[in-house]
Design a protein around this ligand. Sequence first.
Ligand SMILES: *Cc1c(COP(=O)(O)O)cnc(C)c1O
Length: 358
Amino acid sequence: MSHVKLYIPGPVEVSPATYAAMSAPMMGHRGKGFVDLYAEIQPKLQALFGTKQQVFLSTSSAWGVMEGSIRNLVKKKVLNCCNGAFSDKWFDVSKRCGKEAEAYQVEWGQPVMADEIDKRLATGEFDALTFIHNETSTGVLSPIAEIAALKKKYPDVMFITDSVSGFTTVPVNFDELGIDVLLTGSQKAFALPPGLALFAASAAAMKRAETIDDRGYYFDFIEFRANGEKSMTPSTPCISLIYGLKHQLNQMLTEGLDNRYARHARLNGMVHEWVRRNGFEFFAPEGYRSKSLTCVANNKGIDVAAFIANLKRDHSLIIDGGYGKLKGKTFRISNMGDETDESITALIGALDDALSKL
Ligand SMILES: *Cc1c(COP(=O)(O)O)cnc(C)c1O
């Protein structure tokens, strides 16, 4: 099927093999077929998350679990670490959930840093924090291990981590990090269509949730746990996406996680090389650049809309023209999911051609 190939940072390109896997026949979600499917993928998800805890399947986009984490875990006050569109929005969502919230705001393009978080948690005001591992709007990868290490110092603070666009492109080991929630979504590096979020929660997180009255229903962690113990979900799940997930998990484990991380680093490096060769700059500082996408600073002042129009017209592919207030000032190129050396080589050829026609 001819179509416009996606090099935007989500949704990303979905392979024909994944679509084929998703077309398996429908079944009841309380019957043996679904229970078997759930039980089959659960240990694979646990291997991927690096956890002995259950990994839950939420029929929602990632924001459902991002909001749900706030509702399940914040009692006193949440510290929202903000360095881009998604993390800034989480601060807004915390307030909309009726919670006391404070932003630790850094300039878009910068990482959030452990010492700054430490200073704020030291006030004793907070019982939760939100943190985005890979800020997709700016292409910034914040130092997750250093931030997670603070958990030892602040055991009563819930460390809620979004790795929606970082997960499976770089190692993230839930139990080793010792964080409380790790959440991700299907349409980024999993290379599935949107509509499924995945998350793990610590024993401490479950304990906290038990003490909170207004958790609601759809994203109630206690409901997820009770149903998960029976290899089920609280409500009717997106079964087709879960068939796709099973396929993608098998692909990932066949490739090997270390090979998968190495592939993302290598393909990201190829895009970086294109950026340098063409005299562009990176929006994120060295050492904090995402491995799943590249946020290119438009220091040369090219017409980004025309550039993307060229890509679409002559190469049937698109990249992203910059998120929100960064529109035109940056552009973003995704290399996450099922991309290969061949596909990224072809992308780079297309980028060169489209640039030369401006
Ligand atoms: C895409 C994304 C989200 C939001 O995902 P939805 O699927 O739109 O809910 C959240 N955080 C990050 C870092 C993302 O990249």
